[in-house]
Ligand binder design. Structure first.
Ligand SMILES: [Zn+2]
Length: 227
């Protein structure tokens, strides 16, 4: 299964009218697929397309969705282009935030991905080089967690699907250096994003639709289902 995820796509990403590859998202859970055009080489997606992406990247356990931080979508697009991949395969996008949750998945700022045709280690290395990111390698489960944040942090987690997380920080000395290099080249830290929809947790509470996942703690990645 994990190996199949990493197989290259049958076709390259479709291009837009300018010959630029579109961002292609394939959801491993639902087999849904979406292609959206970027406005420039580094990304830049129209509000309508960001809405479509947010819907595809919803929490499939309960259908909740939240706008995704546009800067995360730009980063995902750069990953796809760097590896000349036909798509980005997504293990998990938005995950409903728990009342005390700190996960960037609950803020629309994190995504767990597989890049078809690329090794997870290479994907992680590229994302680290971008600066102001969280990068988690999951060698057993076979994906890379990517998020955007004010200061980089990297980890490895050998736990498998359904197991308790075992994050181990890694390459701490590189994190600051990568951020400094990114800043020198004009990249700004990803400070807290003001989510457009306000207190979404309260909205869901009031709607009676908050069904907190049954695991015991909120770490970045608590995969509870086999995609
Ligand atoms: Zn994750």
């Amino acid at each position: 299964m994990v190996e199949a995820w990493h197989q290259p796509t049958a076709a390259p990403a479709p291009t837009d009218d300018h010959g630029r590859p579109q961002l292609v998202i394939e959801m491993l859970n639902t087999a849904e697929r979406i292609a959206v055009p970027a406005q420039c080489d580094d990304g830049g997606f129209r509000a309508l397309d960001l809405d479509r992406l947010a819907h595809r990247l919803r929490d499939t356990r309960n259908g909740n969705e939240l706008p995704m931080d546009p800067a995360l979508m730009d980063l995902v697009y750069r990953i796809q282009r760097h590896f000349q991949a036909g798509a980005i395969r997504v293990v998990s996008g938005y995950r409903t935030r728990k009342p005390t949750g700190q996960s960037n998945h609950g803020r629309g700022r994190a995504i767990d991905i597989v890049v078809p045709g690329a090794k997870d280690e290479d994907v992680a290395a590229f994302v680290r080089s971008q600066g102001f990111v969280g990068v988690g390698l999951y060698p057993t489960s076979g994906f890379v967690h990517v998020d955007i944040r004010p200061a980089s942090y990297y980890w490895v987690d050998w736990s498998g699907p359904g197991q308790r997380n075992r994050e181990q920080a890694t390459l701490a000395s590189q994190a600051a250096a990568n951020d400094a290099r990114a800043a020198a080249s004009g990249v700004r830290p990803h400070t807290r994003w003001s989510e457009p929809s306000g207190d979404v947790d309260a909205v869901w509470r009031n709607a009676g639709s908050t069904s907190a996942p049954s695991d015991t703690e909120d770490t970045e990645d608590d995969i509870e289902e086999d995609p």
